[in-house]
Every structure is written in structure tokens, then in C-alpha cells.
Ligand binder design. Structure first.
Ligand SMILES: Cc1cc2nc3c(=O)[nH]c(=O)nc-3n(C[C@H](O)[C@H](O)[C@H](O)COP(=O)(O)OP(=O)(O)OC[C@H]3O[C@@H](n4cnc5c(N)ncnc54)[C@H](O)[C@@H]3O)c2cc1C
Length: 533
């Protein structure tokens, strides 16, 4: 069963070895292990529903609690403390387009606000109901999860939008295909959610981001059904798919999507290499991308992330050995770990490896084979479970991300990390902050930052600390002209920053579209575009 107040399945644990606890204590101090609110207590806080009875709507407290919050750190603080704030008044689980049309009519007639909901894995407050006088209905699309059509000739697959990552891959791989879209939230996130947030998978370098994979679809709107036909390419004016990608449930509800798929690769491997420092590693990664070497993933950790990953891996003996061996050959405390993927035919993988390894060596890097890559692959969807363990041991963990041209990355990375590390100095708290280049392009890269700090006894203080850190880092990102999000989207937490990226005309275009498609302001208000709330 899925955890109601944390990440993942209840049966999956990620225990921390004592050495990892010691590492964290040295870095930021001992965590305070504090009790969480119980499920019973939290259910008891669900207020009466403001919605009339309706055949398609559940007003059960459990349904409403399970759809009240996503996976951001503020969401965790709310769920773990039982201080949820606003609940949806009901949850609908449509199974077809007709159900959705009924729900849109219901919303229009009763002034009920609708929140489209995929897997609820948003980390920026996308699906949270906000306070207000109008009733709120969450529309959970998880029962619209079928394969509609597989066009093997054209390598196109059409799915209902509520289908989850594992179900997509199960259906496609059974026929010898893959979509290859693997965000770390793969276990639960859905096709509709990926499109609505412009998601990026771990191997998007090879398979493409969702905007490259999304070939067409159907959006149910208050104006009627918007069909986005599938063409390999088109010069018929602006591409409406680009308007729907990233629309975060504000313009309509995506009911089905056609995606570009590929034959399953003949082989795939993940390799590791160490660099003496972040600068040489970044240079190598940039050169690999700009030379067009056909790798499938490039993920370069900075020195602190490399060290922390080793410390938290739980493989103490192996880590000790690796640290010693690397130290002897002068890959010492500034060493940085690169994991790179190779996907395709055997000959392509051999070719790509040779090219990548040559560039890595030119920059003083040391390819170390597949052992670390295999460990990474095994835990690629497991590492979010670590957040449960850390929370229970008294530590709050959050991530933030941006993307910018290569020339801007060193300064931006340095300043974001400094702003986080010094962010809680006024309360005498230390912050452990580290980064990796997560997605690499010819002209720049995505920078992914993880930070940990100690939870306070009072959940409001834990939230205040988050707010200070998030604001400081976001300001730096904007000052350095990074995007406010490379992959997580805007949601509620980034809505206030959007205008400085889009500019006044850009915001006017988006709000005019919203007003056209949703004149009563009923679809996911307060998200993406800040509006009167
Ligand atoms: C542990 C973890 C790891 C993550 N890793 C990644 C990653 O590697 N890459 C990445 O891109 N993101 C990642 N995320 C963020 C998140 O998973 C993505 O934003 C994902 O695309 C959300 O999908 P979802 O189905 O859960 O959508 P939800 O969270 O349910 O909804 C997100 C937004 O999409 C809208 N929406 C959902 N379905 C529809 C629909 N059918 N029609 C219209 N609007 C809809 C919602 O209204 C909401 O605004 C991660 C999150 C977690 C918790």
C-alpha cells in the first residue's frame, strides 16, 4: 500500500547504516526524532464536504486526505504534522470522457473548482487545494489508464492520460517497445502529469523530454474538446501542443495522449568515471554533449554530492576501499562522480563508450566500469525512499533545479549552494547542500540541487526554514538568468517567479488563454499563473 504521508510503498524501507548517521551528525548536527501525527488524528481533522451528493464523487475522508497534498517539502511537513489546511471537498475517479464532460458541466453549474490529478507526485504544490469559499473537487485520472492504440509501423502509442509509468512500460515492453520516459517518480507519475508539467526523464538525453515524445492528444475544456492531431512535423501555424505542455491543469484536462515510442534497445549499460574536480568533469560532459556522442544519460555530481552519495550508500567496506584507492591516485577530496548511460545496439554502445571514455580521459577522468553504474540503476527509483528514513531521523530533505547555458553554470551553482549553506545562519543551523548536472544539452545543462537541514520541534519552524532556503536559492536562480524550473514545473511554489521569466507580454498571453479556456476561473486556480486567491 502507498504511504499516505511519505514516499512510496509502505513495505519498502531504506535503512541508514550507523556510519551514515554519523556523517550527517558531523555535517549538520544530530537530528531530532519527533513523532508524526497519526492517520486517525489526521482523518479526524477532515471537515464536512461542501459538495452536494453526486454519483461520480466520493466525499470519504480517506479519499480527501489522500488527495490533499503532493510530495513537496511543505506537503510533507503538513502531512507529517497533521496540519493539512485545505482538503478537497470530494474526489472523482472518471473512467471515460463522458464522465469528464459531466464533471466539467457540474463544475460550471455549481462553481466548483476542479483540480486535475495524475499520480500526485508534484513537488511544487500543483495539486494542493487552496483556501477559498468555492467547493473543490479533485479529479483523479488514475482509472483512465488504457492503451487506446499501438501503431507499430509509425512507432506511436496512444494511451488514456491517467496511465502510470510502470503500466506504460509493461504494455509497451510486452510488444517489444519502450517510451523510455523515466522520471525518478516513475512508480506513480502519469502520462497526463508528465505532459502537464513538461517532465524530463533520467534518460531524456536519448529518448527526449516529454515535449519531444508527446505527438498529439485530446484536451477536454470548458470550450469543448481540443484535438491535437498527430503529425511527424507541421508548419500549420503555432503548435498548440506546446501551449498544452506545461499548462498544469489550467487550460483543460488531458484525456488521451499519443507518444513517440522506440523498439527496445538491444543493450543498455551504466558506467561510472571519476574526475579530479567539478570543473574538469563539467568540461568533459559538455564536450561529450557538444560532440554529439550518442550516450543516453550524463549525470555529474559535485564533490560534496559524490562524498555524500558514498557515505549514505550503506556499503561501508566498499566505500572505504574506493576512497583509499582513489586517494592513492590523486582523486582526493574534490573528486566528482560521473554516471553515464549507453543505450542501443551493441555496436552503437561500443562506439559511444569509446568516444565518451576518450573525452573523459582527455580531461583527466578515470572510467571505472559498470559496478557503480549497476548500483545506481538498482536504486534509481529507490533513492526517494531515503527521504522517509531521513525525516524519521530528524532531517528535512528538499531538492530544487534550474537550467541555464554552460557559461552561466559555475557561478549559478556556486551562488545557489552558498545561499543554501548560509541560509539558516541566523538560527545557528547548518545546511548540507550539494548538486549535480542532471540533464545535459549542447548549449547548457540542468542543475539539480539537494539540501538537508534539521527539523525543528515546531513544524511551523521547519516550514519557515524551508521558506527561507527556497526563497534565497530561487532569487539567485533568477538573478543568474536560470529558469525557475527545468523539470518540476511551476505549481504553487514557483508561481510568484514566473513573471520575471515570461515578462509582461508573456504573462498577458498566458492569462488571456486561461480566461478564454476557463472564464469562471475554475480549473486549478492559484497554480502556474498567480491569480486572485
Ligand atoms: C521522488 C520524486 C522524484 C521526481 N523526479 C522527477 C523527475 O525525474 N523528472 C520530472 O520531470 N519530475 C520529477 N518529479 C516531479 C513529478 O513527478 C512530475 O512533475 C510529474 O510529471 C507529475 O506527474 P503526476 O502524474 O504525479 O502529476 P500530479 O502531481 O498529479 O499533477 C501535476 C500537475 O499536472 C496536472 N495534471 C495531471 N494530470 C493531468 C491531466 N490528465 N490533464 C491536465 N492536467 C493534469 C495537475 O493538475 C497538476 O497541475 C519527481 C517527484 C518526486 C516526488
Amino acid at each position: 500500500m502507498r504511504r499516505w504521508n511519505g514516499w512510496g510503498e509502505e513495505s519498502v524501507l531504506y535503512p541508514l547504516p550507523p556510519s551514515a548517521k554519523d556523517y550527517l551528525e558531523t555535517q549538520i548536527g544530530a537530528g531530532l526524532s519527533l513523532p508524526d501525527a497519526s492517520l486517525e488524528e489526521t482523518l479526524a481533522s477532515v471537515p464536512d464536504s461542501r459538495l452536494p451528493d453526486h454519483a461520480l464523487i466520493s466525499n470519504l475522508s480517506m479519499d480527501r486526505l489522500l488527495h490533499a497534498r503532493g510530495q513537496s517539502l511543505p506537503d510533507w511537513i503538513a502531512l507529517r504534522s497533521g496540519r493539512i489546511g485545505q482538503f478537497p471537498d470530494g474526489v472523482a475517479y472518471p473512467i471515460c470522457k463522458d464522465n469528464l464532460k459531466t464533471l466539467l458541466d457540474f463544475s460550471r453549474q455549481t462553481g466548483t473548482r476542479l483540480i486535475p490529478y495524475g499520480g500526485g507526485t508534484s513537488v511544487v504544490g500543483h495539486i494542493n487545494p487552496l483556501p477559498g469559499t468555492a467547493p473543490i473537487l479533485t479529479v483523479d485520472l488514475s482509472r483512465m489508464n488504457h492503451l487506446v492504440e499501438l501503431d507499430e509501423t509509425s512507432h506511436l502509442a496512444t494511451f488514456e492520460a491517467g496511465i502510470s509509468g510502470p503500466d506504460i512500460e509493461m504494455l509497451l515492453q510486452g510488444k517489444g517497445f519502450t517510451l523510455g520516459h523515466y522520471p525518478q517518480s516513475f512508480e506513480y507519475s502519469t502520462l497526463g502529469g508528465w505532459v502537464a508539467t513538461r517532465s524530463s526523464g533520467q534518460q531524456s538525453y536519448h529518448y527526449g523530454r516529454i515535449e519531444n515524445l508527446f505527438a498529439g492528444g485530446v484536451l477536454e475544456t470548458f470550450l469543448g474538446e481540443l484535438e491535437m492531431p498527430v503529425h511527424p512535423a507541421s508548419a500549420a501555424g503555432p503548435d498548440l501542443k506546446q501551449v498544452i505542455l506545461g499548462s498544469e491543469g489550467r487550460f483543460g484536462i488531458l484525456t488521451q495522449a499519443t507518444v513517440r515510442i522506440q523498439r527496445l534497445p538491444e543493450t543498455e549499460t551504466f558506467q561510472a568515471a571519476f574526475f579530479h574536480d567539478w570543473e574538469t568533469g563539467s568540461d568533459a560532459v559538455r564536450e561529450i554533449a557538444q560532440a554529439g556522442v550518442p550516450v543516453s544519460m550524463l549525470r555529474l555530481s559535485n564533490a560534496l554530492e559524490t562524498d555524500t552519495t558514498l557515505a549514505l550508500s550503506g556499503k561501508d567496506a566498499l566505500v572505504l576501499l574506493a576512497r583509499r584507492a582513489l586517494g592513492w591516485i590523486q582523486y582526493d577530496d574534490q573528486r566528482c562522480l560521473l554516471i553515464f548511460g549507453l543505450t542501443g545496439s551493441r555496436s552503437l554502445v561500443r562506439y559511444a563508450y569509446r568516444q565518451a571514455a576518450r573525452i573523459i580521459r582527455t580531461h583527466g577522468g578515470l572510467p571505472t566500469g559498470t559496478l557503480i553504474g549497476r548500483m545506481w540503476r538498482k536504486s534509481r527509483f529507490l533513492s526517494p525512499y531515503l527521504r522517509n528514513t531521513l525525516w524519521e531521523q530528524g532531517y528535512a530533505l528538499d531538492t530544487l533545479e534550474t537550467a541555464l547555458p554552460w557559461s552561466g553554470i559555475p557561478h549559478c551553482a556556486h551562488e545557489v549552494l552558498t545561499s543554501l549553506r548560509n541560509g539558516l545562519a541566523e538560527s545557528g543551523e547548518s545546511v548540507l547542500a550539494f548538486a549535480h548536472l542532471s540533464h545535459v544539452y549542447k548549449d547548457g545543462a540542468g542543475l539539480y540541487v539537494t539540501y538537508l537541514y534539521r527539523r525543528a520541534e515546531d513544524p511551523d519552524e521547519t516550514l519557515r526554514r524551508w521558506w527561507i532556503l527556497k526563497s534565497a536559492a530561487s532569487q539567485v536562480i533568477l538573478q543568474r538568468h536560470g529558469t525557475i524550473s527545468h523539470q518540476h514545473g511551476v505549481g504553487y511554489d514557483h508561481a510568484g517567479y514566473l513573471a520575471s521569466e515570461k515578462g509582461a507580454p508573456g504573462m498577458d498571453i498566458l492569462t488571456t488563454l486561461r480566461d478564454l479556456l476557463d472564464p469562471q476561473g475554475l480549473l486549478n486556480p492559484g497554480k502556474l499563473l498567480p491569480d486572485e486567491y
